[in-house]
Design a protein around this ligand. Structure first.
Ligand code: MG
Ligand code: MG
Length: 254
């Protein structure tokens, strides 16, 4: 069942989303060669707690950290660690969830570490573009397949692999609510209605589609070890333009 968000839910989700966006703003500033993913986790935790929110991922199905950090061929769910040090030429996907007054914001971004090669930049640009083309489809009366299809079209045009086993999801009082959102068309004609909030999260690969879970039982990596990028926003269907919930509120929080 898909929950429509009330006015109060939306207010809290924008608040949660603002906090997530504050974390990403800081990630963009601090990510450079030499920093550990554990340091990124600590910084994120500090910002989330300072703003009276909780890190949604901590303890979720037993996840042992505040954020997910996935490097290069790692797709999602990488665990921050002191001995994982970012180096020049890496890309790192940082996934952040914050719960504020019972409602969740969920957003991921892939960052370049120093100078990266052109193929990695192309992968990042295309995955970000896939996200924003999908966001444009989040309008009342459209169907879920329209959103999925926008991601798929961008991936196909750029000849990128599409992660099949993971995708977007409804978001609100829980991080993962109905519906599941594939990053490729599956024929889902579920109609989008005002008040639906969905986390759209294309995960695209420089190589093939296939991914597998590593020995730590969390980190998902590409099987061919080629790089993967991940961009995500939580987005609300309104009576007009889609509203990105995981962005900075211009005048700050009230
Ligand atoms: Mg996420
Ligand atoms: Mg998500």
């Amino acid at each position: 069942m898909i929950h429509k968000k009330s006015r109060e839910d939306i207010k809290r989700m924008r608040h949660a989303g603002h906090i997530v966006a504050l974390v990403h703003k800081e990630m963009k500033r601090v990510i450079e060669p030499g920093i550990s993913t554990k340091e990124l986790d600590s910084i994120a935790y500090g910002i989330i707690r300072q703003n009276k929110a909780q890190p949604t991922f901590l303890g979720y199905n037993g996840f042992p950290a505040n954020i997910c950090t996935s490097i290069n061929h790692q797709v999602v769910h990488g665990i921050p660690a002191e001995d994982v040090i970012l180096k020049e030429g890496d890309i790192v996907s940082v996934d952040v969830g914050a719960t504020y007054a019972g409602l969740v914001g969920d957003s991921a971004w892939t960052y370049a570490v120093g100078k990266i090669d052109a193929e990695l930049q192309r992968l990042m640009n295309a995955t970000e573009e896939a996200l924003f083309s999908a966001i444009k489809q989040m309008r009342e009366g459209h169907v879920l397949d329209d959103v999925s299809g926008a991601v798929e079209l961008t991936a196909q045009r750029e000849k990128l692999g599409i992660v099949r086993q993971y995708g977007g999801h409804g978001v609100g009082r829980r991080m993962h609510e109905d519906p599941f959102l594939f990053n490729y068309k599956v024929g889902d004609k579920t109609v989008l209605k005002q008040g639906y909030a969905i986390a759209i999260e294309p995960m695209l690969n420089l190589g093939a589609d296939e991914v597998a879970v590593e020995a730590d039982n969390w980190t998902v990596s590409t099987v061919d070890k080629k790089a993967s990028a991940h961009f995500e926003h939580s987005v609300l269907v309104t009576d007009s333009e889609p509203l990105v919930l995981t962005q900075l509120i211009p005048d700050g929080l009230t």
